[in-house]
Design a protein around this ligand. Sequence first.
Ligand code: FAD
Length: 369
Amino acid sequence: FDAITKTEEKEGTVDLSEYKNIWVYAEQRKGKIMNVALELIGEGRRLSREISDEAKVCALIVGNNVEALAKECFEYGADSVYMIEDPLLENYTTDGYTKVIVDAVKEHKPEIVIYGATHIGRDLAPRVAARLNTGLTADCTRLDIKVSSYMDYAIKNTTLDVSTLDPNSDDKGLKQTRPAFGGNLMATIICPKTRPQMSTVRPGVMQKRERQAGATGELIKVKPAIAKSDIKIEILDIVKSAKEIVSLTDAEIICSGGRGLGDSSGFELIKKFADKVGGVVGSSRAAVDAGWIDHSHQVGQTGTTVKPKIYFACGISGAIQHLAGMQTSDIIVAINKDPDAPIFEVADYGIVGDLYKVIPQIIEQWDNA
Ligand code: FAD
C-alpha cells in the first residue's frame, strides 16, 4: 500500500474509468493454446458478468503465425482476441513478450489482466506489472469482484494514506485469493486504485467453459513495435526435458501415492493401478522428498493443482498442503490404514486398509466393475 500511495503522489491518481474489459493472456507453445488459458477465459466470463453488462473478455495471443488460435479462444468464450504477431515473437522471450504486452496494455487499457501460473506466466507477469507500475498477486486460487468502498479501505488498511482516496467513489476491485504461510491460511488481496489489476492463477483451478463450436468474435490485430535489439537473448534450440512428461492437469483419473507406500518400489504398484484405470501417477511431497518419484508428479501447494474426475489417494495422510492441490476433484477415493487420517474428511469414498492388499483387489475387480 505504501508503494501505491507513492505512485499516486508521483503520477497523479489513476482515472479508473479509462480502464475496461478483462484480458486473459492466452499462452501458446508451438501453436497450441495452454489449457490454463482456456480455463481463465471461462473464469473471465464469470467475472465480467459481475463487473457490468458491457465488460468483455479478451484473449491476448502473442507469437508468430498464430491467427488460427483465435478460433479456439472464441469457442471457449472470448468476446475479442487481441493478436500480436511478429517473426521476432516466434519463441517466448522475456524481453520481447514483456515489451509488446506492456505497449498493448498502455494503448488499450484493460481493467484486469490474468495469466496462468505456468513457468512462462510466472516469468512474464511480474515484469509486465513492474513496467506498468501496478500490482500483481501471484498463484491465485480464487478471483472475485468486490465493490470496495472508501470506508472499507480506511478501516482495513490502517497503513494506507486515506487522503489519497476519493470518499465518493466505489472501486469495483478484483479480490484475489491465494494460499499463504505454507497454505495454513488463505490471503485475500486487493490492489486499490491501480490499473490494470493483475494476477497469475494456478492451472486446474478454474472451470473451462463448454466449447461452443463455430462461435466467433472480434479479432483485433495489434502491430507490435519490436526490433531485434529489444531482445537480449537469442534462442538457438528448444530441447524437451528427457524425463517422463506427466500431464496431471489434463488427466481425468489420477492415482497418487504417498509415504504410506514405504519405498520407491511402491510406485510400481501405483503405475500398474493407473494403467489399469486409464489414469496418470501423482504423488505427495513426502514421496518426492524421499526421492521415490520426480517432482513433476507432485500434487499440492508446491506441486500441481489438479481437478480430475477421480482422484485416488493411496497412503497419503491428507495434509493441508496436499489437499490444497486436489480437494476440488470431482470424486476422491482414499485408501489408508489409519481410520483417523484427515484425508477421509475430504474423501467421497474411504477404504481403511493396507494399500498393498486393497489396490491389487481393485485392479483385479476393475474390469468386472
Ligand atoms: P504422511 O503424512 O506420512 O502420511 C502417510 C500416510 O500413509 C499415513 O496416513 C499412514 O496412515 C498411511 N499408510 C502408511 N502405510 C500404509 C499402508 N500400507 N496402506 C495404507 N496406508 C498407509 N505435501 C504435498 O503432498 N504436496 C505439496 O505440494 C506440499 N507442499 C508443501 C509446502 C509447504 C510449505 C510445506 C510446509 C509442506 C508441504 N507439503 C506438501 C508437505 C505436507 O505437509 C505433508 O508433509 C505431506 O503431504 C505428507 O505426505 P504423505 O501424506 O505422503 O505422508
